[in-house]
Design a protein around this ligand. Structure first.
Ligand code: ZN
Length: 80
């Protein structure tokens, strides 16, 4: 006797990301793979500021938890 169960169709499988499809980011200098949150600060001069006052704009990046290096990719984004 064939007892094959009918699985319901649908679900949320299309939304799932397989961790195997992702890539581990490692520090370019020491190969460490854990990072800590850090910020670059961009200073906006009073002349350019819409408020007429100098402003600091934080840009979140990640720095190596071992040697402190910020990957160049983040630096390029922050330096514009
Ligand atoms: Zn490092």
């Amino acid at each position: 006797m064939n007892m094959k169960a009918q699985k319901p169709l649908g679900g949320n499988q299309q939304q799932q990301i397989d961790i195997k499809d992702t890539e581990m980011v490692k520090c370019e200098d020491c190969g460490n793979a854990s990072f800590i949150q850090a910020f670059f600060l961009r200073r906006l001069s009073a002349l350019m500021s819409p408020t007429g006052q100098e402003a600091l704009i934080p840009i979140q990046v990640y720095s190596c938890g071992n040697c402190g290096k910020v990957p160049d990719k983040f630096k390029q984004d922050a330096e514009g």
